[in-house]
Design a protein around this ligand. Structure first.
Ligand code: B12
Ligand code: SF4
Length: 501
């Protein structure tokens, strides 16, 4: 049984490419269970999926998809079906909206939620249903095709795996959605969140063509543009309830890996895979301040502080102190990111529900800078009810905090979030297609009573101009090696952000 795990090309937002953690984990689980597995990441391959599947047969093609890439995922599923593979889709969008995909002929199965266990159980079941190449061609059981029922729209009998022995095999696998013999969609009960992340096999990162990925973050200096960049997830889940955030996979319960288990993976990245840059991509890696410090200390103790690392997604400012940043710096951390989101108190508390104060934001930036870390801030424009005044306050706060990198984003409502529900209820979503929901878009995603979407776009452009077009900033950029090394990309960024609105 050969499995190809696939990620569609992420053409919708920018030119950067990062390895796909989830596929690494799934491949690790399949390999540990004894299945030949490979990864095809559309973002970096030089042959099409069609060419790949022509060159090599895979029994199962598993495709991952966040919301903006679902059309590409379906397209890939069609190609996989043309090559006779069984298709299974998984990832955030499939977890939120399984029916939409299950209704497509090219999608055989959907795995919802964390899927290491689901996928291994699924492949095992499929293996037992697929006739082995024994002399009578039937395998151990008598699986002689029954001429009925028939495949929808085609004059072909359902194959053994499609019938799943009347569905009893599929019905046992938690988190799986499947079609019964009458083509009715069945959703098995959810698979509970995995409480023991230490028990998971380490991600099979060796399957990624690492030389083809970019470094982790744009517009910054100091990191190697040709870095061997890996990502690591030290915990899953987050108990906070920010209204724009969707956590369909990792959920509200914070589950941390043991420090030793994280160190084992970190060692693999640095010593076996030659990582020259590591990104921590947890939802909230510093929820437990004591554990965060222990992890830094362990990296120091094991001499793992030589590979620079960054917190790709924002740390939560209210779980930090000066000692943490000092330890992070000593442990090799290069840059920290913080979710600041808004400079307006009412928007922050009532609309974003970020559960942090401006004093905590200021203290986190101050302490991180004092420890010698580069800083990065995330800011959102166009949350429901925003006005010129609230957005100006956000830009003002960005200027005051003066991080090395400011990431201004236009609010994007994702299904499963409070923001999505609010916009559906009281506003009007512009997106015609899931594609339109890319976060790094320069267009407002919705109309909301009392809020002018054109003003949101204007304030977003203005924020970039005011932040990056200051003499101090311009001087820094012009004297930075990164600007000259990646000139075409930087020119494109400049054009996109600074074109007058
Ligand atoms: C790290 C990260 C990134 C990184 C790396 C992305 C990556 N694909 O690994 C970067 C910065 C590149 C990134 C980019 C984007 N991200 Co992001 N990202 C995350 C983050 C913080 C962690 C992802 C992670 O590593 N999870 C841990 C692993 C183990 O879980 P996983 O990848 O989801 O995989 C598991 C399951 O989903 C499932 N599964 C996944 N794929 C498949 C495939 C098959 C066949 C099966 C059976 C199962 C399955 O099994 C896996 C193992 O348990 C999540 C938040 C979160 N906690 O989910 C957001 C998150 C996934 N990202 C999100 C978004 C929107 C994006 C972008 C679209 C942003 C944009 N610019 O528009 C892009 C999409 C890039 C892409 N190709 O996936 C949203 C998705 C929401 C949604 N409805 O789709 C999330 C949930 C953030 C949020 N809170 O809104 N992201
Ligand atoms: S944005 Fe961060 S802190 Fe807020 S709920 Fe999501 S993961 Fe948690």
């Amino acid at each position: 049984m050969k499995i190809l795990l696939v990620s569609p090309e992420a053409r919708v937002w920018n030119s950067r490419t990062h390895i796909h953690n989830g596929l690494g984990y799934l491949a690790g689980a399949l390999l540990a269970a004894g299945y030949a597995t490979d990864i095809y990441d559309g973002a970096v391959e030089d042959e099409s999926l069609d060419a790949r599947l022509t060159r090599e047969h895979f029994d199962v093609v598993g495709i991952s998809s966040p919301t903006p890439l679902i059309n590409e995922a379906w397209q890939y599923a069609r190609i996989a079906k043309q090559h006779g593979a069984v298709t299974i889709l998984g990832g955030p969008h499939l977890t939120l909206m399984p029916d939409e995909s299950m209704q497509k002929d090219e999608v055989d199965f959907v795995a919802r939620g964390e899927a290491e266990g689901t996928l291994v159980e699924f492949v095992r079941a499929l293996e037992h249903l697929t006739p082995d190449p024994s002399p009578n061609g039937r395998g151990e059981q008598d699986l002689t095709p029954d001429p009925s029922p028939m495949r929808r729209g085609e004059n072909l009998p359902l194959s053994h795996w499609e019938r799943g022995l009347g569905g009893e095999v599929w019905a046992r696998i938690k988190g799986l959605s499947w079609k019964d013999a009458q083509a009715k969609i069945q959703h098995n009960p959810d698979r509970p969140l995995n409480p023991d992340l230490d028990a998971l096999p380490l991600p099979a990162y060796h399957l990624f063509k690492i030389d083809r990925y970019t470094n982790l973050q744009p517009l910054t200096d100091g990191l190697d543009p040709h870095a061997r960049s890996y990502t690591i997830v030290t915990s899953r889940g987050c108990p906070y309830k920010c209204t724009y955030c969707s956590k369909p996979i990792t959920g509200d319960t914070w589950r941390a890996r043991a420090v030793e288990n994280v160190v084992r993976e970190w060692k693999m990245l640095v010593e076996d895979l030659g990582a020259t840059e590591i990104g921590v991509t947890d939802d909230i890696w510093n929820l437990n301040l004591k554990r965060a410090k222990e992890l830094c200390q362990a990296l120091l103790d094991h001499g793992l502080n030589k590979a620079p690392w960054v917190t790709v997604h924002g740390m939560k400012v209210n779980h930090t102190d000066a000692e943490l940043f000092t330890l992070m710096k000593r442990a090799g951390c290069k840059r920290v990111g913080f979710g600041v989101e808004s400079g307006d108190e009412d928007i922050l508390k009532r609309v974003v529900k970020k559960a942090q104060t401006f004093d905590q934001v200021r203290a986190a930036f101050k302490n991180a800078k004092a420890a010698g870390l580069q800083t990065m801030g995330f800011f959102i424009y166009g949350m429901p009810g925003e006005t010129a005044e609230t957005m100006d306050k956000t830009t003002q706060l960005a200027l005051e905090l003066d991080p090395d990198l400011a990431h201004f984003m236009i609010a994007a409502p994702y299904p499963g979030t409070v923001l999505w529900d609010t916009v559906q209820r009281e506003g009007k979503l512009y997106a015609q297609n899931w594609h339109d929901l890319a976060i790094q878009s320069d267009h407002a995603h919705f109309d909301f009573p009392g809020m002018d979407p054109q003003l949101v776009e204007q304030k977003w452009h203005e924020a970039y101009r005011r932040f990056y077009f200051r003499p101090k900033r311009l001087f820094k950029r012009l004297t930075s090696a990164d600007t000259w090394r990646n000139l075409p990309e930087r020119m494109r960024d400049a054009q996109r952000f600074f074109v007058a609105k």
